[in-house]
Ligand binder design. Structure first.
Ligand code: 6PG
Length: 502
C-alpha cells in the first residue's frame, strides 16, 4: 500500500489527523486495537470530497501497518501516536519498537509527562529509532484542520526530516506561517504543551469567573454577554482570543444534546469540570506540580486547577454546602454601563496576560534547569494560531518583545521585560474593580483573586513576611536577615535570636 505515515490510535484526534494528512497528499495507514474507530475513519474518508480515500488504509495489526510501508528503506517510516498518555503509550512502544529499524521515527502526539518521553527516547535510541514528544493543540477540530505543534527530540536532524510534513499539517497564521517549530531536546516539546495547558486552565477559569459575575451578579443575559464577548473578540486586547471566540458562540447555543432552552444551553450544564485521566496526572495537575517543584510563582494557574478540583465531585461538594452554610452569592448593585464593561474587558485582558507570564516563567525556569534552550519567541510563534490560547496579542504584543532574547531567557519576565510589567500594571485597578464585585457579592472568582494578589506580592517592595520569618526563627532556628543588610538571592539569613532560651 506504500503507506507514508502510520497513525496509531484512531480516536477523535487520530481520526482528525488521518484526514488532515491524507488531504495534504500523504498515504496514511491508521491502526487501532478496536476495529470500530478505524472503520469509521475509512467511511469518513469515503464521504469526504477533499480526501482521496485511496490514500487512507485501515489496520487492526501493528505488524501489518509496519509492513505496509515501502520495502526499499530509502525513507524512514514515520508513525504518529495519538493515545492516552502513560501505560497505553508504553504498551504500544513495547510492541512497535521491535518491529522498527534504524532511522524510523515515532512521534508521540499525546499530552505526555516529559520524563516519560525521555525514558522512551532512551529505549528507542537503543534500536536506532528516534522518539519525538510532540504537543498537539487545538482539540479534535484543529487535529482535522491544522493544529499548533510543539515537537521535541534529541537529534535535530530528525526534526529536519519531519519538518516539511509538520509544516504542511500545521495551523497557519494570517500570513501563512506554520505554527510548528523545533522546541528542544528530550521532553521539551511535551513540557511546553503541558504549560500551554496550564495557561489554558487559567484562561478558562478567568473567563468562566467573569461570565459568572456578569450573569449572576451583574444581571446581564447570556445573549448580552455573547455580544460583549464578540466585541472583545473583534477588537482590543482580547482580539482573536480563541476561548473568548468560542465562548460567545457557545453562549448563543439554545439547542444542544439533551437541552433546549431559548435562554441558552449553558445554564443547564452542571457546574463541574472533571478530568478523564487518573487524578494524579494530566496537564493541569502536572503544571501545578511544576509550580511547586520549580519554585515559580504562578498562583492563577494553581488557583484555576484548584477550582476545577473543587468543582469536580458535586456530590461531595453539596455535603460541604450543608455544613458550611456559606452566604448565597448575591446580586451586585454596580451599574453596568459601557464604561464599566470597558473596565471588565481590561481586567480580563490583565488576568489573561498574567497567566501567560506565569506559565512562560515556568517554561523558562525548566528550560534552564534541564538545559533545553527553549526560546519564548518560539513558543509565541507556535501559539499564534491553531491552539487554545491563541490570541492576536501574542503576535502583536508578546512576540516582538521576546524576539530579542535568546533561549531560556528572560528568566523572570516582569523583571526583564518592562513593557509587559507596564501593561499588567495598567490592568491592576480594573482587576481590582472586577474582583470587588465578587468580594461584595460572595461570588467565586479564585483566578481573578490570585492574579490580583500575585501582582501585589511580586510587585511588593515590603511584604508581610517579616513576621513569618521572625516566627520561623523563634521556633525553627530559621535565621533572618536584617533590613538594609540583605545580600540578594535565595540565601538563608545570617542572624538568629534566641527568643525563648531553655
Ligand atoms: C489542546 C487542549 C487539549 C486538552 C484538553 C483539555 O491544547 O488542544 O489543551 O490538549 O488536553 O482539551 O483536557 P483536560 O484538561 O481535561 O486534560
Amino acid at each position: 500500500q506504500n503507506v507514508e505515515i502510520g497513525i496509531v490510535g484512531s480516536g477523535s484526534m487520530g481520526g482528525g489527523m488521518t484526514m488532515l494528512f491524507a488531504e495534504h497528499g500523504s498515504v496514511v495507514g491508521c491502526f487501532d486495537k478496536d476495529p470500530e474507530p478505524v472503520k469509521k475513519i475509512l467511511k469518513t474518508a469515503e464521504e469526504t470530497d477533499s480526501v482521496d480515500n485511496a490514500k487512507v488504509h485501515g489496520f487492526s495489526s501493528l505488524e501489518k501497518l509496519v509492513n505496509a510501508f515501502p520495502k526499499d528503506n530509502s525513507k524512514p517510516r514515520i508513525f504518529v501516536l495519538s493515545l492516552p498518555h502513560g501505560k497505553p503509550v508504553d504498551g504500544i512502544a513495547d510492541e512497535l519498537l521491535p518491529l522498527l529499524s534504524k532511522g524510523d521515527i515515532v512521534i508521540d502526539g499525546g499530552n505526555e509527562w516529559w520524563e516519560a518521553t525521555e525514558r522512551r527516547q532512551k529505549k528507542a535510541e537503543e534500536v536506532g529509532v528516534e522518539w519525538v514528544g510532540m504537543g498537539v493543540s487545538g482539540g479534535y477540530q484543529a487535529a482535522r484542520r491544522g493544529p499548533s505543534m510543539s515537537p521535541g527530540c534529541n537529534n535535530p536532524k530528525t526534526y529536519e526530516t519531519i519538518k516539511p510534513l509538520l509544516e504542511k499539517w500545521a495551523a497557519k497564521t494570517k500570513d501563512g506561517e506554520p505554527c510548528v517549530e523545533y522546541i528542544g531536546p528530550g521532553g521539551a516539546g511535551n513540557y511546553v504543551k503541558m504549560l500551554h495547558n496550564g495557561i489554558e486552565h487559567a484562561h478558562l477559569s478567568i473567563l468562566c469567573e467573569t461570565r459568572g459575575l456578569l450573569y449572576h451578579q451583574l444581571g446581564m443575559s447570556n445573549a448580552e454577554i455573547a455580544d460583549l464577548f464578540e466585541s472583545w473578540f473583534k477588537d482590543g486586547g482580547l482580539r482573536g482570543n480563541f476561548l473568548v471566540g468560542i465562548g460567545y458562540k457557545g453562549l448563543r447555543f439554545t439547542h444542544g444534546d439533551g437541552i433546549d432552552d431559548e435562554g441558552g444551553i449553558v445554564d443547564h450544564i452542571e457546574d463541574k469540570v472533571t478530568q478523564d485521566v487518573d487524578l494524579s496526572e494530566g496537564t493541569g495537575t502536572w503544571s501545578t506540580m511544576e509550580i511547586a517543584t520549580r519554585h515559580v510563582a504562578a498562583p492563577a494557574i494553581a488557583a484555576s486547577h484548584q477550582l476545577r478540583v473543587i468543582s469536580a465531585d458535586k456530590g461531595e461538594r453539596l455535603k460541604v454546602v450543608e455544613n458550611l452554610k456559606m452566604p448565597e452569592p448575591s446580586k451586585s448593585d454596580k451599574k453596568v454601563d459601557p464604561e464599566f464593561l470597558k473596565v471588565v474587558e481590561k481586567a480580563v485582558y490583565g488576568c489573561i496576560l498574567g497567566a501567560f507570564v506565569q506559565g512562560l516563567d515556568i517554561i523558562t525556569r525548566a528550560s534552564e534547569d534541564q538545559k533545553w534552550n527553549v526560546s519564548l519567541a518560539t513558543c509565541m510563534r507556535i501559539w499564534r494560531a491553531g491552539c487554545i490560547i491563541q490570541s492576536d496579542a501574542i503576535s502583536e504584543f508578546l512576540l516582538p518583545l521576546f524576539e530579542p532574547f535568546g533561549p531560556s531567557k528572560p528568566l523572570n519576565i516582569l523583571q526583564a521585560v518592562p513593557e509587559v510589567a507596564q501593561a499588567l500594571r495598567e490592568t491592576y485597578e480594573p482587576i481590582k474593580q472586577l474582583y470587588r464585585v465578587a468580594l461584595d457579592t460572595d461570588a467565586v472568582a479564585p483566578a481573578i483573586a490570585a492574579t490580583l494578589e500575585w501582582l501585589k506580592s511580586v510587585g511588593g517592595a515590603r511584604l508581610p513576611t517579616d513576621f513569618e520569618e521572625m516566627e520561623l526563627d523563634y521556633f525553627g532556628h530559621h535565621n533572618y536577615d536584617i533590613v538594609g543588610q540583605t545580600e540578594f538571592g535565595h540565601k538563608k539569613g545570617k542572624h538568629h535570636t534566641e527568643f525563648a532560651p531553655a
